[in-house]
Design a binder for this molecule. Sequence first.
Ligand code: PEP
Ligand code: MN
Length: 337
Amino acid sequence: MIIVFKPTATEEDIDHVVDRLRDLGLRSHMSRGQERTVIGVIGDERLLDHQPISVFPGVESVTPIMAPWRLVSREWQQHDSVITVDGVPIGGKLITVMAGPCAVESLEATVGVAREVKAAGGAILRGGAYKPRTSPYAFQGLGREGLDFLVAAKRETGLPVVSEILDPRDTDVFLEKADIIQIGARNMQNFELLKEVGAYDKPVLLKRGLSATIKEWLLSAEYIVSRGNRHVMLCERGIRTFETHYRNVLDLAAVPTLKALSHLPVIVDPSHATGQWDLVAPMARAAVAAGADGLLIEVHANPECALCDGEESLKPHRFNALMKDLKILARAVGREV
Ligand code: PEP
Ligand code: MN
């Protein structure tokens, strides 16, 4: 940590900080310039977690050296984390495609779309059983029965499943029936839910909050990892901006940014990021070019009749065509689908 004093700071102000650092077991490396004094703090910065130095008289700025998201940072672990879900690696050379309906609607539809996803080369089946809908009158999902349909689709196809949890009271059922627990955008800062999923080793897909900064997002991931669950992947799903032409704005710069700051796998969801099926394939291709480790794509056999997000869902034949494109693109960037 670097502490910069104001030009007006007195010797007493500086001594006060140095004494406090010493009390906490830290050493100070002092540099006295013509205008200002700067202190480099030597020792474990975590000792200052509960001691805001910036409030001390005479202090102008405090710059931490360590990222506040410690365990998920690149400094902590230089190699990429690879999370293996039922034999499917996420975060390695392979680009993992997770696809399926926004919401689980029926057993037949779920098994049907799972077969299409599998045939096209998708590796994981997605489907929401508990849906976080803006309107209380919109379809809320089939709940536990929906998870059972996903389990049945897994039995038929072998595809592991990812599904969103809304309520920590459902943890047991998710631990039993889902292979990846999704934390949706609306719950990215539901800290109790983050702590809950952090207590197990079940893989977690942590979506970016609607207006969350990279820092807030990484700190949410840190909540989970610091509880002991290292199997976290980040999912960019678009952010809110002034632009209303599409549902959200896909922040593709987040992909290389996160890869530089963190060792966690980065997934991109072009479906919720755009809200329009015709934008999904171009943005999926762009995500692969930007270095994404995986994609989360909504696929529905009959989007016109979908109970949720039909407008952004790909028909199976379009998903299949996209997968072919992705295979070519992946090779161009040294990856595989
Ligand atoms: C979803 O993936 O089903 C979903 C609700 O997405 P988000 O949380 O990104 O809005
Ligand atoms: Mn959706």
